[in-house]
Ligand binder design. Structure first.
Ligand code: NAD
Length: 317
């Protein structure tokens, strides 16, 4: 499996498996099958609510001798409700317990947004809204305090690398001013409808690896009714034409567009065939520079995952 080397020396596989919206009841089996198919990176999060089941899939694969722990690269993310300096450590330990692991290979701040603490015993995953389903309850934890706690998590061996997701360039520059341990990875939404070149250039200048999520654009968002009316990228003329001429599937064209720019990808699929199709993205010839340009030319700055777009019916406190 091709990988990128992080400043800590960890090798991060370029193609991983995304665990968002993988149902609890199939998650253990899905993770086990993905390992069998050759996946070594799993992209999880407290917010996905399936870490225990994902850990069961990992355990089965290790118990059966398919892989050793050190062959795997497990990413998880700390949710917005757990940014407080007194809860970062205990939340990390809880998430590790769910996975059945001693350490994460990468632990990300899911969003640079701090929400009011919710006791996991009361409601989990807490999500964006309070129990009333409509109030967003902000908390007072500055990002710097959360980052300092994550650095201690690394010092104590609970995470090999730390990073941040859904972070803008300016906030990233601020983080670099105080970070004793620099972020090893930035995970952001990138696809041909939102190409984010300036952020990619900044990451390059900072020697920061970038994981592109939602590689298939609106496809993963349709089921939440959050596709913003955008056309399915997999059926877009430009994508299907390039797929035919490059002897790839439309999904592979979209993933290759990202990996060819140096990004890592974490597509999600419940189907065994697609899982393998996505993993094979690094095989075969490169896309031509004309194809790359045509795909990037689809950019319409369509941000599907934007928590700053608050539904006017919601209140923020
Ligand atoms: P995605 O872009 O991977 O698309 C998933 C959809 O594509 C599913 O409907 C799946 O059935 C379909 N699909 C997968 N492979 C296919 C193929 N080969 N051919 C046709 N259809 C295929 O979706 P996503 O869930 O938005 O993103 C993937 C991962 O990125 C998530 O699981 C998660 O790990 C990560 N992510 C992170 C954040 C964040 O805030 N950090 C947000 C969204 C997603």
């Amino acid at each position: 499996m091709s990988s990128l080397t992080l400043p800590s020396g960890s090798k991060m596989p370029i193609v991983g498996f995304g665990l968002w919206k993988v149902n609890k009841d199939t998650c253990a089996e899905t993770v086990y099958n993905a390992i069998k198919a050759g996946y070594r990176l799993f992209d999880g999060a407290a917010d996905y609510g399936n870490e225990q089941e994902a850990g069961q899939g990992v355990k089965r694969a290790i118990d059966e001798g398919l892989v050793k722990r050190e062959d795997l690269f497990i990413t998880s993310k700390i949710w917005n409700s757990f940014h407080g300096k007194d809860v970062v450590r205990k939340t990390t330990e809880l998430q590790l317990k769910w996975w059945g692991l001693d350490y994460f290979d990468l632990f990300l701040i899911h969003f640079p947004v701090s929400l009011k603490y919710v006791d996991p015993a009361e409601r989990f995953p807490p999500g964006w809204h309070a129990a009333d389903g409509k109030t967003v309850e902000l908390a007072d934890d500055p990002l710097q305090e959360t980052w300092v706690e994550l650095e201690k998590v690394v010092d104590d061996g609970l995470a090999k690398n730390i990073g941040i997701s859904n972070c803008s360039g300016s906030l990233l520059l601020d983080l670099y001013k105080y970070a004793r341990i620099k972020p090893a990875n930035l995970q952001v939404e990138i696809h041909p409808y939102m190409t984010q070149e300036p952020l990619l250039n900044l990451a390059k200048a900072l020697n920061l690896t970038v994981t592109a999520y939602s590689s298939f654009g609106p496809l993963g968002w349709y089921e939440l009714d959050m596709g913003k009316g955008a056309q399915n990228l997999l059926q877009h003329d430009i994508v299907t034409k390039i797929a035919t001429s490059s002897n790839k599937t439309p999904a592979q064209v979209l993933l290759r567009w990202a990996t060819q720019q140096g990004m890592l990808v974490v597509p999600k699929s419940n189907s065994k065939e697609r899982l393998i199709e996505n993993l094979k993205v690094l095989e075969g010839s490169d896309l031509t520079s004309e194809d790359m340009k045509a795909l990037s030319g689809l950019n319409i700055n369509l941000r599907l995952n934007n928590p700053a777009e608050i539904d006017p019916r919601m209140s923020i406190f």
